[in-house]
Design a protein. Structure first.
Length: 150
């Protein structure tokens, strides 16, 4: 079993970088467009370095929480986060790169590792990376649809 996992999911979104960045860093807005995930945060609904955020995810009979801390912001191009606790630990970054007519949005999962026996088993069986890729792609598609409406 791998000691950590890495991946990149990408999508071109026909919107300016500042609009994409705002949708990704306004937790109250994220609750509106990211169906299937409830977002809970400490302090302001606008992301800031040091802020702790939790995503509550329900899949079938299972409900779990992923916690992270916002570790850096470079508006409107980069967001850095650090997962902590169960079921994941590691780094995550979002990169927004302007191109003609919109932006390439890349979600980078950097050296993320499962924590706890259930998470380790889930990843060892191959479900963790598959589900991560599907959820990340779904997030990008929902973000694109939300920005096309606004």
């Amino acid at each position: 079993m791998a000691s950590f996992y890495q991946s990149v999911q990408s999508l071109f979104i026909p919107a300016p970088a500042d609009k994409i960045f705002s949708a990704l860093t306004d937790w109250s807005s994220r609750n509106l467009w990211r169906k299937g995930i409830q977002v809970d945060w400490q302090g302001s609904p606008q992301a800031f370095p040091g802020q702790e955020v939790a995503f509550f995810i329900k899949e079938g009979l299972f409900r779990y929480r992923i916690r992270f801390k916002v570790t850096g912001l470079e508006p409107p191009h980069r967001i850095y986060m650090e997962y902590f606790g169960k079921p994941l630990e590691g780094r995550h970054a979002v990169e927004i790169t302007p191109h003609d007519g919109g932006c390439q949005v890349d979600f980078h999962w950097m050296k993320v590792r499962p924590v706890g026996i259930l998470a380790k088993l889930y990843f060892a069986l191959g479900f963790g990376m598959r589900d991560h890729g599907c959820r990340t792609q779904e997030t990008l598609e929902l973000l694109k649809a939300f920005l096309e409406k606004t």
